[in-house]
Design a protein around this ligand. Structure first.
Ligand code: ADP
Ligand code: MG
Length: 689
């Protein structure tokens, strides 16, 4: 690599200053401080990666069956084969017969005896000195070699400016209150240590990122996050949003009309959260609240009440959902509730024809549409609300990363100032609530509407399918209805459709005395609606469906659900699906059918789902499996905020950082600025979103 190229590629990675390089910390380490003889390597290399050296005595290019290079090296006593399944001419040259090379890798048993496959190779003299510290391995991108990054980092660590950039400015009195002082290395020494750990360093703690040097860096990062979250909190309170009090003077208020028209009474939990949300709406700064409640707990009606209050004040309300199906369910529900009360509702989704879209946009822009329901098409640039007072965002974490940022930018911008209500069936674990969501108020519906029955969940092998179908028959004979959910096939929608059609045909044949229906994502909206209506009216007894029924379907007489290939579904999906049953007076059953072999993860998942239907427990399991990034639906942006922290592993540090942030904000405004600048720089904007 020429020296001209290196700076460019490094710059592309954002490594454009000594400080950026210093904070580009290793993702792992290799121990090259030890050199074994080939004989020792042959033994120890079976358990770990080892380093040895020798002279090349043979270099062959073989075709068996594909082109590969096998190199044999020898020290005074033993020989070792190295196998390269793809290689460059430059490597052939480097490992020419007679060359002395140092190699590093694991030893495996190949067809021709012990060998290293694709070892790291360096041409060195036999007495070339060994490094005295562990060798860092850096996150890299294409076109940048480890050697180039190492060199740049080593140079950066010697740069005199770094002394200032990494200067200690957190008051030691504060730090020592958090942890005994000997447990906090200074920032500068922590960073140096992480780049150049001594040979006797605790490698495991370095790899696990639990070493005190890591802890110091993680703390700094969390501190920056906590400070900016507290700032965002204060900034929101200074912003202006229209204030919506309950309008008691309006004798015929929409809100009251809606309450009267509802076919049920709010549960205590619903009344409580509605009070909390109503209070927020009466403030003159924007609400930022999450309404959390398990599947079927009745969040939609709360959104409708909030919308009604806003519309009563002459403002518009918007309800947005991550998928077309979910959005459509909301649209139908809102029509049912609001149209009799004379409210103008607009529907906007990406799949509308251009003409329909334009019409919807006009209704929104002129203010004729009082309530707007749709997908994220609602926040596209050409949509201008006349007077938006409230944005409801359902299942926010299921929007894509880009979409979420767009929502935040649009809803938070001057153009679009309004109250924001998010809704989710997925509880936020405590660690997330304390970090990414620290500026979010949370209301919880912790009670299901009356009459819901617990769901018995059974886990059954696919080989017992006949038995299941038999059980289905006696179930339907009792006058009850059932769902049959077909597997999710992520790679291919066509394949998913095919298996659904096959199951539909099989079940139609097996259950001739009942009417079987089929619903899937490829059906047109009116076709889908027709099938669902027939199911609701009990004209169809068994509904074969793809995951389109994941949300919003409500048929109390359907109390049995069979899920095929349940091992392919995630926690949240099964939890959502299962929430479709248990809504009527009959005992409800959910059968999770699985095909073998079952991975450990799938086995644990099915077991958990059988044992609990508590959304919170399920979400915690989900989090520990997938990490918060996915739960947030914002893996990339999450990574951009916390590079070195793992919320689960480092949970205990969050509280320390929170305390420190409070004290710094109260007593050391100057330090706060410097700290933010150091850790966030341009990324500070991200945290406000
Ligand atoms: P989710 O919280 O999963 O979005 P929904 O809002 O879709 O749940 O509500 C699930 C079902 O419960 C709907 O049919 C809704 O009309 C009904 N429901 C909501 N609140 C009550 C209540 N207080 N009493 C009886 N049924 C209710
Ligand atoms: Mg819902």
């Amino acid at each position: 690599m020429t020296t001209k190229q290196a700076p460019n590629t490094l710059q592309k990675m954002g490594l454009d200053s000594p400080m950026a390089l210093a904070l580009h910390l290793p993702s792992r380490y290799e121990d090259e401080t030890e050199l074994l003889s080939i004989g020792e390597a042959l033994v120890q290399g079976r358990f770990k990666s080892v380093q040895t050296q020798g002279v090349v005595i043979r270099n062959q290019v073989l075709f068996r069956p594909r082109r590969q290079m096998v190199v044999t090296i020898e020290d005074q006593i033993e020989t070792l084969n190295l196998r390269f399944l793809n290689f460059y001419p430059s490597q052939q040259k480097q490992m020419t017969v007679g060359a002395h090379i140092r190699v590093r890798g694991e030893v495996r048993e190949g067809f021709q005896g012990s060998e290293m496959v694709h070892p790291t190779v360096r041409a060195v003299t036999p007495d070339a000195p060994l490094p005295t510290s562990l060798t860092p391995v850096y996150p890299a991108s294409a076109g940048v070699s480890q050697a180039a990054i190492r060199k740049a980092v080593t140079q950066a660590l010697r740069d005199p400016s770094l002394k200032d950039s990494l200067a200690e400015f957190l008051p030691s009195s504060l730090m020592n209150q958090l942890l005994p002082s000997n447990e906090w290395p200074s920032l500068q020494s922590a960073i140096t240590y992480l780049h150049q750990p001594p040979a006797d360093a605790d490698t495991q703690a370095l790899l696990d990122r639990t070493h005190p040097a890591w802890r110091r860096v993680q703390f700094e990062e969390l501190l920056a996050q906590q400070i900016s979250l507290k700032r965002a909190h204060a900034i929101r309170r200074e912003r202006h949003a229209p204030s919506f009090n309950k309008n008691d003077e309006l004798t015929a208020s929409l809100e009251e009309g809606l309450v009267k028209a509802l076919p049920f009474q709010l549960t205590d939990a619903q009344s409580r959260v509605w009070d909390e949300i109503g209070e927020d709406l009466s403030h003159s700064f924007p609400m930022n609240r999450l309404l959390q409640g398990d599947v079927g707990s009745g969040k939609t009606v709360i959104a409708a009440l909030a919308a009604a209050r806003v519309i009563d004040h002459g403002y518009q309300a918007a309800i947005m959902a991550p998928t077309e199906i979910l959005a459509e369910q909301h649209y139908l529900k809102m029509k049912e509730w609001f149209e009799p009360l004379g409210v103008q509702i607009a529907w906007l989704s990406g799949s509308l024809k251009a003409k329909e879209k334009k019409l919807a946009q006009e209704l929104i822009e002129s203010g004729v549409a009082q309530l707007v329901v749709g997908t994220h098409a609602l926040i596209q640039e050409n949509v201008h609300f006349a007077k938006l007072g409230l944005a409801v965002i359902d299942e926010q974490h299921r929007f894509g990363v880009r979409q979420r940022l767009e929502i935040q930018q649009r809803v938070g911008s001057e153009l679009f100032y309004c109250h924001q209500l998010m809704m989710s069936a997925t509880p936020i674990p405590r660690t997330l609530a304390m970090t990414y969501y620290a500026d979010l108020d949370v209301s919880v519906i912790d009670e299901l509407p009356p009459g819901r029955k617990p769901i018995a969940t059974k886990v059954v092998k696919a080989s017992r399918r006949e038995e299941v179908v038999h059980g289905l028959q006696s179930w339907l004979s009792k006058g009850l209805q059932a769902y049959w959910v077909c597997p999710l096939i992520e790679e291919s929608e066509a394949l998913q459709l095919q298996t659904a059609v096959e199951s539909f045909e099989e079940l139609t044949k097996a259950l001739p005395e009942f009417k079987v229906g089929l619903v899937h994502g490829r059906l047109k909206a009116d076709e889908k609606a027709a099938v669902m209506a027939a199911f609701k009216a009990n004209e169809i007894q068994l509904l074969v469906a793809t995951t389109v029924i994941e949300v919003g379907v409500d048929v109390p007489n359907a109390a049995l659900m069979v899920i095929e290939h349940a091992e392919r579904f995630g926690y949240a999906q099964i939890h959502q699906l299962r929430g479709r049953v248990g809504r009527g007076s009959a005992d409800s059953v959910c059968i999770l059918m699985y095909a073998e072999p079952l991975s450990m993860a799938a086995k644990e998942r099915l077991q958990t789902l059988r044992e609990t239907s508590d959304g919170f427990v399920i979400a915690e399991r989900d989090l520990s499996l997938r990490g918060p990034g996915e739960l947030l639906g914002a893996k990339q942006s999450g990574d951009a905020m916390l590079r070195f922290v793992d919320l689960q592993r480092d949970a205990w540090l969050i509280e320390l950082a929170q305390k420190a942030a409070e004290r710094l904000l109260a007593d050391h405004a100057d330090i706060v600025e410097r700290h933010l600048e150091r850790w966030l720089g341009s990324r500070a904007e991200f945290l406000k979103a």
